[in-house]
Ligand binder design. Structure first.
Ligand code: FAD
Length: 432
């Protein structure tokens, strides 16, 4: 039997039908399109069985799959290493083209270049598109062609370019579901992929409070941020649509979306920042790295209510409010003098919105080792942060129900920890 001529669209961090760039182009090609998702064992093998992100990906794909069924089409789900999967699909189908949206993480770039090599050896065209960001790679660089490492000038250039290109940056027309390959691929169970359903669920985005975002975003008890982060991470919303909406709605909110792109371009240009201080001048810091203190921090038992509430929110929901993320990160690096990489790894394990670029970028920012970071001598006082941003203790009582029964003493006194942090940083800075 002759193999069917088809094109493939490979879903990765773009789990939606609407305004999906590579998918839209795939459907313009002359061949019917098979939408594919690969549960990549190179990643899955590192995750706990009930990983909440896997549940979210699975449920999202299931939903997309259901929407295709009335058109006698379906999503093909595969599990394995990416090259194994592609090798076997190349045997099974007469693939005429592969379409995917770009992913800028170091691991993804390596994976995609191996796939590109495989396809080019077979003479099959591969088309990759910008979709995860408004501006990528070298779209926003300094006049000398080098990447920006400071946020504000990056943001200004981003806004100028956005204004110039706004008319081109329109969402794509709706797709035709008739152009997919007609076949009902069996949708596997989550268990057959090796996972179980998590009790932690991703929240729906909430855009109802964005008008007042600049006034309310720092107060965790108000709960007025957008909850978009996992949706941007997995592409269940289109950044193009969102940015065009945000520019009309609230500039402070748009600035946050620009922070996301800032860190994505930093990671693209400086992939070593995943494992190294962005500023090598800080390589001499003598971290204390005390394991039992790290455990207290992870469990939310530091005796500082705001820190503990944040860590408990993270452990129970896979989410933490941004202001509180800044406070807990500063506490780990400065008060406990634990290397930011430990905190980054813990967040990576727990956060539903874990995004390598934002996580590394923000952790290095909090540690003072990153690009455009907070100066090392600025040490957040967790009690003052609590008075300012949770003055009535609504947020802390939500996550620490025993708070009013007499709360544990702080594991380290603020004034002592602050002086120790500043002295340790000062002694560790390598002057060039
Ligand atoms: P909103 O306040 O509604 O913001 C809207 C969107 O803007 C967010 O969804 C996000 O995409 C982006 N954004 C907002 N703040 C930042 C920021 N500081 N840096 C980059 N993008 C931002 N965000 C992640 O998406 N993944 C991470 O792994 C991550 N790790 C973090 C680690 C630390 C130590 C800190 C301090 C922050 C981290 N952030 C991370 C950034 C920020 O805390 C979250 O994006 C935000 O809290 C998500 O909630 P929201 O969608 O309601 O945010």
């Amino acid at each position: 039997m002759s193999r069917q001529k088809v094109s493939f669209f490979w879903f990765r961090r773009d789990l939606r039908w609407e305004d999906n760039t590579a998918l839209w182009h795939a459907l313009q090609s002359e061949f019917r399109v098979i939408p594919l998702f690969i549960f990549d064992t190179a990643i899955l093998n590192e995750l706990p069985q009930n990983d909440a992100r896997v549940t979210f990906i699975y449920q999202t794909l299931q939903n997309l799959h259901q929407q295709l069924l009335p058109f006698q089409s379906s999503i093909l789900i595969q599990k394995g290493t990416v090259l194994e999967v592609w090798n076997s699909l190349l045997e099974e189908f007469d693939i005429q083209g592969l379409f995917f949206n770009k992913d800028y993480e170091p691991f993804a770039l390596e994976r995609d270049s191996a796939v590109l090599k495989l396809f080019s050896e077979k003479g099959i065209p591969v088309e990759s598109y910008k979709d995860h960001v408004i501006f990528e790679e070298n779209d926003i660089v300094k006049s000398d062609g080098l990447p920006y490492t400071v946020y504000t000038p990056y943001k200004n250039k981003w806004l100028t370019e956005f204004e110039l290109q706004k008319n081109k940056l329109q969402p794509l027309p709706p797709i035709s579901f008739d152009n997919f390959y007609k076949n009902s691929f069996e949708f596997p169970s989550l268990e057959s992929i090796g996972f179980t359903k998590s009790t932690i669920q991703v929240q729906k985005p909430n855009l109802s409070n964005i008008t007042y975002y600049h006034q309310t975003r720092d107060f965790p008890a108000l709960d007025t941020t957008s909850y978009l982060s996992p949706h941007l991470r997995f592409g269940t919303v289109s950044i193009c649509k969102l940015a065009l909406w945000a520019v009309q709605k609230n500039v402070t909110f748009l600035s946050e979306l620009i922070w996301r792109e800032f860190f994505i371009q930093i990671l693209f240009h400086f992939p070593n920042s995943v494992h190294q201080n962005f500023k090598s001048a800080y390589d001499g810091i003598q971290w204390r790295n005390n394991e039992s203190e790290f455990k207290q921090w992870c469990q939310g038992n530091t005796g500082y209510p705001l820190v503990d509430a944040g860590m408990r929110q993270l452990n129970q929901t896979g989410y933490m409010h941004n202001r509180v993320r800044m406070v807990v990160a500063s506490f780990l690096c400065k008060h406990l003098l634990i290397n930011w990489q430990w905190g980054e790894a813990y967040f990576a394990e727990k956060l539903l919105d874990f995004e390598l670029a934002s996580n590394v970028g923000n952790w290095q920012w909090a540690a003072g080792t990153g690009c455009d970071a907070a100066p090392y001598f600025r040490v957040f006082n967790p009690e003052i942060q609590q008075q300012k941003f949770d003055p009535k203790g609504v947020y802390i009582r939500k996550w620490i129900p025993e708070f009013d029964l007499g709360y544990a003493a702080p594991m380290v006194a603020h004034a002592f920890a602050r002086d120790r942090a500043i002295a340790t940083y000062k002694a560790g800075i390598i002057l060039k």
